[in-house]
Design a protein around this ligand. Structure first.
Ligand code: GP9
Ligand code: MN
Length: 436
């Protein structure tokens, strides 16, 4: 009800949003380009795969160069927070600073119905951005064609805008190199500044579907074909992104843009990763290691800026929108965002997983067990006082998740007026007729 919304909004106002004056507005008026790193774990960063002759092969050399650049704000303690909605949950988190649902996918269940204050709406209505999503798969996958309208996307270039054939695509759509190549002609038509999201998908399970000509990267031989192919597909995506950057530079768009690369969720599931622990230099594998493996890359690259570096703040996907809005100099105090600016020196370092587990800068909490982040040691018995401390934090985590569920399940943003955003008129968008 409208009253529920008011109560939540009041609560949120009691935790004022911290900003960092050093970085507020640092990317003002820039195009925002999202590059989705499908199924990318943070451990891919700087990872070198040893082939059978002991020769090392860097898996993502181009992404690594961005990660280490002074022009990038990179994060090494950044977690995905998705559940069963996988990619679509990541999109929900990044573009709304709300969580996906506890069960199933918010995109599928509520995406076509709810009112959102999503990034495309905000940027279009408040700052005059052109907004577009690019993805070489069918537009109805994850109910994107409905949800994107509700998010306020003006354009959605789905598979129908691309030339797909058996050789350049697989079950999740067009492979990354042709995807970026064929996207360029649509991107060129967008009036600047634009907000453009590129969902690359080649590095998707089962990690074995690359085009014939792209099978050069060494395979590992773990006996699990899913793991064996993972590094090769990640390497292919890396090259595709490099080619896309080459285009951005040649076209002059690069200097006017901030480019955000993020991992959406894990690629190697718990049991698989446990079976291949040697790849990560581990003799044992614990619940703590599985939680650590939920870190994903987060790189905000701003050409021309030199204030970047690798930031160790603990954060998650829910924190991205507040961070970005501050970077482009938009004051988001009046928005219902559940996350916090990761560049603020006072950010509370508490990262909720969708299942109620969480991570702080000191420890990782899993169903009542607490592990030391530095040593991986279980602290329940050696330091029982942390159990008390964790109780308080667990309460905060549960409150954050409950607030998200209340907003989403009650469609409460339709009663939220302080954002001063008009409800999206979805009839104005026709994704069949975007620039051809
Ligand atoms: C398909 C792609 C895959 O369009 O987004 O989604 P996922 O299986 O990773 O959720
Ligand atoms: Mn995904």
């Amino acid at each position: 009800s409208p009253n529920d919304m008011e109560v939540l909004a009041e609560k949120l106002k009691q935790h004022p949003k911290e900003k960092n004056p050093e970085t507020f507005g640092i990317a003002k008026d820039k195009n925002i380009i999202y590059v989705h790193l499908e199924s990318a774990h943070q451990f891919l960063i700087d990872y070198k795969l040893k082939d059978e002759n002991g020769v090392e092969h860097e898996v993502m050399p181009f992404v690594n160069s961005l990660y280490h650049s002074n022009s990038s704000f990179s994060f090494d303690n950044f977690y995905h927070q998705v559940s069963a909605g996988k990619t679509s949950d990541a999109e929900t988190l990044l573009e709304n600073s709300l969580f996906g649902l506890n069960q199933g996918s918010l995109f599928s269940q509520l995406g076509g119905k709810n009112t959102f204050n999503a990034a495309p709406s905000i940027l279009d209505q408040k700052l005059g951005y052109t907004t577009a999503a690019f993805h070489g798969n069918a537009g109805n996958f994850w109910n994107r064609n409905e949800t994107y309208k509700k998010f306020g996307y003006q354009h959605f270039f789905d598979a129908s805008y691309y030339k797909l054939n058996d050789a350049n695509s697989f079950q999740y759509g067009l492979h990354d190199k042709p995807f970026f190549q064929q996207s360029v002609k649509y991107l060129e038509h967008l009036q600047q500044p634009f907000y453009a999201k590129f969902l690359a998908v080649s590095n998707h399970y089962p990690f074995s579907e690359l085009p014939e000509a792209e099978n050069g990267f060494p395979k590992v031989n773990t006996g699990d074909s899913t793991i064996d192919g993972y590094f090769a597909t990640a390497n292919y995506t890396d090259t595709a992104i490099k080619e896309f950057f080459d285009y951005l530079k040649a076209s002059g768009l690069y200097e006017n843009s901030m480019i955000v690369l993020y991992g959406d969720h894990y690629g190697i599931s718990d049991s698989r990763i446990e079976d291949t622990k040697e790849l990560f230099g581990k003799e044992d594998w614990t619940t703590f290691d599985t939680m650590q493996a939920q870190k994903v890359p987060m790189i905000i690259h701003i050409p021309g800026q030199e204030k970047g570096g690798i930031n160790h703040t603990y954060g998650g996907q829910v924190d991205v929108l507040p961070t970005l809005l501050n970077m482009i100099g938009y004051d988001s105090d009046n928005l219902m965002l559940l996350g916090h600016d990761m560049l603020s020196p006072n950010k509370e370092e508490l990262v909720a997983f969708r299942n109620g587990n969480f991570v702080t800068k000191d420890y990782s909490y899993h169903k009542g067990d607490i592990y030391d982040n530095q040593t991986g040691e279980l602290l329940n018995f050696s330091r029982p006082e942390v159990l008390e401390e964790a109780k308080e934090l667990k309460k905060k985590v549960d409150e954050q998740l409950a607030a998200s569920d209340q907003i989403n399940n009650g469609d409460l943003l339709r009663f939220y007026y302080d954002s001063d955003l008009s409800p999206v008129k979805t009839e104005q968008f026709n994704y069949k007729n975007s620039v051809k």
